[in-house]
Unconditional design. Sequence first.
Length: 215
Amino acid sequence: MKKAEKRLVLLGAGGHCKSVLDAVLRRKQYNKIYITDPDILRGTSIMGCPVIGDDTVLPKLFQEGVQEAFITVGSIKDTSLRYKLYHNARNIGFTFPNIVDPSANVSAFATLADGIFIGKNVVVNAGASIGKMSILNSGSIVEHECVVGEFSHIAVGAVLCGNVVVGDHTFVGANATVIQGIRIGAKSVIGAGSVVLGNVTTSFSALGLYKGETL
């Protein structure tokens, strides 16, 4: 019996799409990969994969047997578009795989929800829990027993030391360091290169050396 094709649709054709697509292609898990984007001409090829239109094609694609989707729109500070695309695709019936670059080191004792991207050389240690639709970008480190909330983005080279809790829809900037045991509220923004030594309130933007504010 011929093995069924495994197909995937990526929603968004920007820079984050290329990072995700590179990981997908290296894994060789899918026979066909499609991309949707309202701003890219239909028929355009991105890394060998076709742009097939905007998101209005998704119901037809699902009816044709494509069951898995992945949100490849990135997020810096604002997660609203990722959130909207996710719920639209989920309501159609799509499921969301986790995409993990082959170079990442993810503990078998970590807990991953759905739709997570884990980029090149990321470390996720034992006991960590990663919420749905989160992005762990290239070279980031999520240490033991950390919790990363849903739709959050841990940017390139950021480090969460042990037992850090990151709220939903939060952005931790490139090369930021959050010391052990810190709590960061939902919808917070931690600036690139920050060193976070104390708890961060909801919707607070931390820049530089941040000594803390009680939640």
